[in-house]
Write a protein that binds this ligand. Structure first.
Ligand SMILES: [Zn+2]
Length: 147
């Protein structure tokens, strides 16, 4: 499949080639070419160069996006290498600044690293609403005081 970048480069190169052709014609200008033709050719030249500029701007934006995507993926790879699966909680975890940070397993499967919120009885993901039970949690039985 042809990417936007490839198409934009081809289009920009085509535009630049046309601009060079026009410039070449203009440099060979003779008395035979009237001033009106010259103006028309110049307008076309400017238009072709403007098109090429737009196409190259698109390439620049797309390359920027790709750089960001690569940077994000590198970050994710690095984080994945540091992740350990905690079977007790069914969560991924990693040491960060001396603390254990736990991540949602469901979101991890979608390539997202989302830290879970910790409560007394469970862990909760604010992104996907998934909850993870804490087996060590023992509900407090209410003491009913007799009269
Ligand atoms: Zn989640």
């Amino acid at each position: 499949m042809e990417s936007i970048t490839t198409k934009a480069i081809a289009s920009a190169l085509g535009g630049i080639k046309s601009a060079i052709d026009i410039a070449t014609k203009l440099s060979e200008v003779s008395d035979a070419i009237k001033q009106a033709d010259l103006k028309l050719q110049l307008a076309e030249l400017v238009e072709k160069l403007a098109d090429a500029k737009i196409q190259l701007s698109k390439v620049k934006i797309e390359l920027n996006d790709k750089d960001e995507e690569i940077s994000d993926l590198k970050q994710l790879l690095k984080q994945n290498a540091e992740l350990k699966f905690n079977e007790n909680y069914g969560l991924y975890e990693a040491e960060k600044d001396g603390k254990t940070v736990r991540y949602c397993t469901k979101c991890h499967a979608e390539g997202k690293l989302i830290p879970v919120q910790e409560t007394a009885s469970r862990f909760e993901c604010k992104r996907c609403d998934q909850t993870y039970r804490r087996p060590e949690y023992v509900p407090q039985t209410r003491v009913i005081r007799g009269g």
